[in-house]
Design a protein around this ligand. Sequence first.
Ligand code: GDP
Ligand code: IMO
Ligand code: MG
Length: 427
Amino acid sequence: MPALVLLGAQWGDEGKGKATDLLGGSVDYVVRYQGGNNAGHTVVVGDQKYALHLLPSGILSPGCTPVIGNGVVVDPAVLLSELSGLNERGVDTSKLLISGNAHLITPYNVTLDKVGERFLGKRKIGTTGRGIGPTYADKINRVGIRVQDLYDESILTQKVEAALELKNQLLAKLYNRRAIDSAQIVDGLLAYADQIKPFVADTTLILNNAIDEGKVVLFEGGQGTLLDVDHGTYPFVTSSNPTAGGACTGAGVGPTKINRVIGILKAYTTRVGAGPFPTELFDEDGEKLRVIGGERGVTTGRDRRCGWFDAVIARYATRVNGLTDFFLTKLDVLTGWEQIPVCVAYEIDGKRVEELPYSQTDFHHAKPVYEMLPGWTEDISKAKTFSELPKNAQAYVKALEEMSGAPISAIGVGPGRDETIEIRSFL
Ligand code: GDP
Ligand code: IMO
Ligand code: MG
């Protein structure tokens, strides 16, 4: 099983960090392939809790080499502070590899993210304000700054000057902000160069060689399927491709090399930021899910919007990612409900719809069609096997599996590494 992708099947925060960490001990490389420090991946090891934003969750497994692929956008200040934070806690980060082709999040892109959101007012996306969108925009516009540019001062200077030419017009004339001095930006970036240099590598070559040698490579997605810029709820999305294909472009590995694609799926649904969310709850059930599930953003501290499980979305994730498995997380959070509604289809303008509509307008009008499943009251957090779950919890999992189109191979019953029921091995 040389290469597998692990990604979010909903709107992010499904528990990717925990799932990656669980496998980390058995894999050789864990690779982030898109996104940046907009992610917030929580890993709980014993009594220690880690919140990783940019670094792959495999960094906490000593035998594993963590890799930041070419598709990631890297804020150098965040990178270094996250590394030193881990070092202070005794985590060895020396094995980290960073693609020289990864793009850098510059201070002006963080500024543009924030002022752009302010400018949108009521129409804002609710971004994390980390400069993600403007940095990917620069990449596509071919005015981006890459990690490798840190090692050629003259190229770096030319590129920063070129990037700022238009941006300074925008900042001064549209957003009413002071123009940014390119020399200051260049000096700021160069100050990071020496510290980052030991990690910079030809990660595509290293990863392809590793796969050819039979090493196990795990691609860890950030965000989730419905936040994908192509397949998500555009424009309320992030600016990268968290879906499975993103692992290929974001790491330079061909699709024929990938054997398994695991969708991380919460037993209910959450979303942070703006955008449509058919099963969103505005009542005390929503509040209960938020409190019991601890649904507060790891990156921005915002409360997450909460709602019931949506099988239409899960089926869609199976389709656009070619999922081979699901890892169902946070089943324990649903303990205590007498009945649990599950959205099995949508009603759109009076018609029942089984698949996610491609039309944004239709999706905004989608009303959930619920089926009620019987709940359970027993504590399930100590369950180690599927048969130890109460009958109704087993039936809930089986029903979700049937509706979602791929087998559920693991179930999370708590945040800790060992609070997991493994049904079918991922490796
Ligand atoms: P990620 O962004 O997909 O890595 O997910 P986050 O870390 O942002 O959010 C998931 C939260 O759920 C974290 O606080 C995890 O510690 C927690 N978590 C993960 N799996 C489980 C589970 O099975 N049960 C419970 N109760 N918490 C979990
Ligand atoms: P993890 O990896 C949940 C959301 C933001 C906003 C939209 C665009 O922890 O699952 P951006 O800053 O990316 O331009 O914001 O995407 N978003 C996330 N929501 N989990 C995440 O990451 C997210 N990363 C971005 O809230 O709606
Ligand atoms: Mg998160």
